[in-house]
Design a protein around this ligand. Structure first.
Ligand SMILES: NC(=O)c1ccc[n+]([C@@H]2O[C@H](COP(=O)([O-])OP(=O)(O)OC[C@H]3O[C@@H](n4cnc5c(N)ncnc54)[C@H](OP(=O)(O)O)[C@@H]3O)[C@@H](O)[C@H]2O)c1
Length: 344
């Protein structure tokens, strides 16, 4: 008889009502995969975009489909050839959902071993689930594409979001000087993360504030909002500077104008969290362990509220970074023990 698990699934792409809670077959870890008993699933903007079908640009969906990019939990079982992980270990990961595999809005998820990383002792499951996708995207934008160096200046557009708060901290930890756009109410919080110059994006004076802070422009603008919200991004760069846009996955978002940038002696790039992501996530995990980087403020909801959570993120009304509580980690550890002893 097939073992079933509880999951938030979609049977088609589209509006919020395509998401439902259902019992679906529990995945078996294939060779090279780790089966994780999910404690928490991070909620990302990419999840509602996945529900709406935007990921169809990159992969084929087959239904029912379990969404969810980020996971924390306990190793429940491993596939053939996996030697680095044993059942019972606390882990977090970016799932392979962007490659068409089932994601983390479920009691179990199978993830390629190259993406799985041990959770630092200082982090709980909910905090760990809030990390992978936004932190990996921030890293890709700052360092892989932006080539950020110590002493350089960076403007993080969207410093109040999950990608933005990681970008501020990672840039600060790397010895860069950081300015960021955010809501007026977030300015003090962003200063506490290492942002020297928070700029209220509704105040209409981003360019003046940036040029007062970094005469001649900044080395790097990291746009973590997109969709035309920073139309004068190239004006904020010094000659030779680079504007890196985090890919929003929305097909109508054409991204920065590379030809115009080249004409003005500046550069542009697109960044996204690359898979498999374990090597990068381990570096981020080391910074989390030292406290140099911390997860964003989080609010937890039960898995049953997945549709509500996606709606809040899509409308921009989420009160904090949202995390779905899926299973009790203690349950997961006990389950792993039963598997080890051949009971389950
Ligand atoms: N391609 C990839 O690999 C990848 C990975 C991660 C994220 N992304 C994309 O990156 C974007 C951000 O993701 P996220 O997780 O950071 O989202 P998020 O946590 O929901 O943050 C969104 C933030 O955007 C800020 N914002 C909204 N309008 C703004 C404006 N006009 N100017 C400045 N800030 C504005 C808000 O800041 P306040 O709270 O200060 O108002 C809000 O907190 C999304 O489009 C997401 O899909 C892509």
């Amino acid at each position: 008889m097939q073992t079933l698990m509880r999951a938030a699934v979609i049977d088609a792409t589209g509006r919020p009502d395509v998401l439902r809670i259902a019992n679906v077959p529990l995945p078996e870890p294939a060779a090279g995969e780790v089966l994780i008993r999910v404690a928490c699933a991070g909620v990302n903007p990419a999840d509602w975009k996945c529900r709406e079908g935007y990921l169809g640009q990159f992969m084929h969906y087959s239904f029912p489909f379990v969404i969810g990019f980020d996971v924390s939990g306990v190793v429940a079982a491993v596939g053939e050839g996996v030697t680095a992980w044993i059942p019972g270990q606390r882990v977090f990961a970016q799932t392979d959902v962007g490659a068409g595999k089932w994601g983390s809005y479920a009691e179990y998820v199978a993830v390629g071993q190259e993406s799985v990383v041990a959770i630092p002792d200082s982090l709980g499951y909910a905090e760990a689930a809030a990390v992978p996708t936004p932190a990996l995207a921030a890293w890709a934008g700052l360092f892989d594409e932006g080539g950020l160096k110590p002493g350089q200046t960076v403007l993080v557009h969207g410093g109040g979001g999950a990608v933005g708060t990681f970008a501020i901290q990672l840039a600060h930890a790397a010895g860069a000087r950081v300015a960021a756009t955010c809501s007026a109410s977030r300015c003090d919080e962003l200063k506490s993360l290492g942002c020297q110059m928070p700029i209220d994006y509704r105040g209409g004076a981003i360019a003046n504030a940036v040029h007062d802070w970094a005469a001649g422009g900044v080395d790097l603008v990291l746009d973590a909002v997109g969709c035309g919200t920073l139309p004068n991004g190239l004006d904020l760069l010094k000659p030779g500077g680079i504007l890196v846009a985090i890919m929003t996955l929305v097909s109508a978002d054409s991204g920065p104008d590379a030809a115009e940038a080249a004409r003005r002696g500046k550069r542009t790039a697109l960044a996204y969290s690359r898979m498999p992501s374990g090597t990068r996530l381990r570096e981020i995990s080391a910074l989390l362990a030292t406290g140099k980087v911390r997860p964003p403020r989080i609010e937890c909801l039960p898995l049953e509220d997945a549709a509500l959570a996606l709606g809040l993120v899509q409308s921009g009304k989420a009160p904090a970074k949202l995390v779905l509580q899926v299973g009790s980690p203690a349950e997961g550890e006990a389950w792993a023990q039963r598997r080890i002893h051949g009971v389950a």
